[in-house]
Design a protein around this ligand. Structure first.
Ligand code: URP
Ligand code: ZN
Ligand code: ZN
Ligand code: ZN
Length: 467
């Protein structure tokens, strides 16, 4: 029978290969790769274009309430839409348990938030903040079997953090049930002590956020988390790694043969702590945790992207408006950095930034780009080979890139609901021009062609930790 769509004349890149072929699509899936694929009801001419798997953003926050009352600017409508405009076709945001809440209630809550909203497919990681015997004994094993096969835990933030015993219990459960634990590694007590000292000295401008959360605190917690995973003998992934100190711990563990995986994000290759030093309260726009470090750290992170220390490149999109009663400016000019919600937006700019700065500047190969942004997260989080690659049988989640297009990033060009981008004014080369989700054109140029709510919830399978 006739194809629904053929993408002709493009240059396809996967995590392994670069080759020229047409793509035949039927029923939302890729059914043929090659030439002379025959008649199709619709055709896209991709001559001169790169044809890549749509991105999988495995770390983004949408519509996630915080204990301080700050409200995220992106929900499951605007967040995934913004992702799609940046070449991403699958998002894995978080369903966050509040202390005292059952995990089941958290999952139900986030499904209500997401239902009927997302324009692209989505899965959930859980955030486990209250690992009660009930959660560990019944709820979490059941949820893992229902397709929530990864969860994040924290070593910092009073309302989220677990102690070492709790971390061990969660890791042991992940081992028993075949799930993947993601860990936010920063030493909470050291940060609290440093923060108090800074506040007592009146050093509360945004810049001091970086001094309160030094690389040593990240290094220590990374080392400790790895040790706990080693004791339990289970794979683990360290999220949003900011620089060489934590990376050294991860690389040493990997050299010993431990299955420790690591993620980094655009802010750690493009920003530094000096970006927290901008006039007035502007620096607050760049407050995230861990904070961006220095140019040497940026170089370390680039090395880690190139040499395999990192498997995953995610946005950690955490969307708070700058000029809003509920956003970054919560307490007005001169307020303490301790009152600024942590996190910065970046779900739409993630792929173009890494493409331009990484592939364009010869720091990583096109195959590494695809692996870091699509294939590896799909494999680690149990969505492969349906997502994360271009292959017969995979979903037709495809981004057709104009690798030559120059774009100066302006917030007004972006589709998130945040009133700034940390990358304002940067000129980059390469942008996705057409984005398909299960064979349907979602984005073409400046236009959106798909409806909110067409995205499907994805049940994740077993994590592949043999990547
Ligand atoms: O500052 C950050 N990264 N906020 C988002 C939450 C998290 O810890 O990933
Ligand atoms: Zn985190
Ligand atoms: Zn995050
Ligand atoms: Zn305040």
């Amino acid at each position: 029978t006739e194809l629904d769509l053929v993408i002709r004349g493009g240059r396809i890149a996967t995590a392994a290969d670069v080759f020229d072929a047409d793509i035949g699509i039927r029923g939302g899936r890729i059914v043929a790769l090659g030439h002379d694929l025959g008649a199709a009801s619709e055709e896209i001419d991709a001559t001169g274009k790169l044809v890549l798997p749509g991105g999988v953003d495995a770390h983004c926050h949408f519509d996630q309430p915080s204990s301080d009352g700050s409200v995220m600017a992106d929900d499951f409508d605007s967040g995934p839409r913004s992702a799609a405009f940046g070449g991403t076709t699958t998002v894995i945001p978080f369903a966050c348990q509040q202390k005292g809440q059952t995990l089941r209630a958290a999952v139900d809550d986030y499904h209500r938030r997401a239902d009927g909203k997302s324009v692209i497919d989505y899965a959930f990681h859980l955030i486990v903040t209250d690992p009660t015997p009930q959660v560990l004994g019944q709820e979490l094993p059941a949820l893992i079997r229902e397709g929530y096969t990864s969860f994040k835990i924290y070593t910092t933030y009073d309302d989220l953090k677990l102690n070492d015993r709790q971390i061990i219990e969660v890791l042991a459960l992940a081992k028993r049930e075949g799930a993947l634990t993601m860990i936010h590694a920063e030493n909470s007590d050291a940060i609290a002590w440093l923060t108090e000292a800074l506040e007592q000295a009146g050093q509360t401008a945004p810049r001091f956020h970086a001094d309160a959360r030094p690389a040593i605190a990240e290094r220590e917690a990374t080392h400790r988390a790895i040790s706990l995973a080693e004791i339990v003998d289970v794979p683990m992934l360290v999220v949003h790694v900011s620089g060489g100190e934590a990376m050294d711990q991860i690389a040493a563990a990997r050299a010993k043969g431990l299955r420790v995986f690591a993620e980094t994000c655009p802010q750690y290759i493009l920003l530094t702590a000096d970006d927290l030093d901008l006039d007035g309260f502007e620096g607050a726009k760049h407050i995230c945790s861990p904070p961006p470090r220095d140019t040497a750290s940026q170089q370390s992170v680039w090395r880690g992207l190139a040499n395999g220390t990192f498997q995953v490149f995610s946005s950690d999109h955490a969307p708070f408006k700058f000029d809003s009663a509920t956003g970054k400016k919560l307490c007005g000019d001169g307020a303490s950095f301790t009152h600024v919600p942590n996190g910065i937006p970046g779900v739409e700019t993630r792929l173009p930034l890494l493409f331009s700065e990484g592939v364009g500047k010869g720091r990583i190969s096109l195959n590494q780009f695809v692996a870091l942004t699509a294939t590896n997260p799909a494999r680690l989080y149990g969505l492969y080979p349906r997502k994360g690659t271009i292959a017969v049988g995979a979903d037709a989640d495809i981004a057709i890139w104009d690798a030559e297009r120059e774009v100066t990033i302006r917030n007004e060009l972006l589709h998130h609901n945040v009133d700034y981008t940390p990358y304002e004014g940067r000129t980059i080369t390469g942008w996705p021009e057409i984005v398909l989700s299960r064979g349907k054109t979602v984005v073409r140029g400046e236009r959106l062609y798909a409806e909110s709510g067409r995205g499907q919830f994805l049940e994740c399978g077993a994590p592949d930790t043999l990547i």
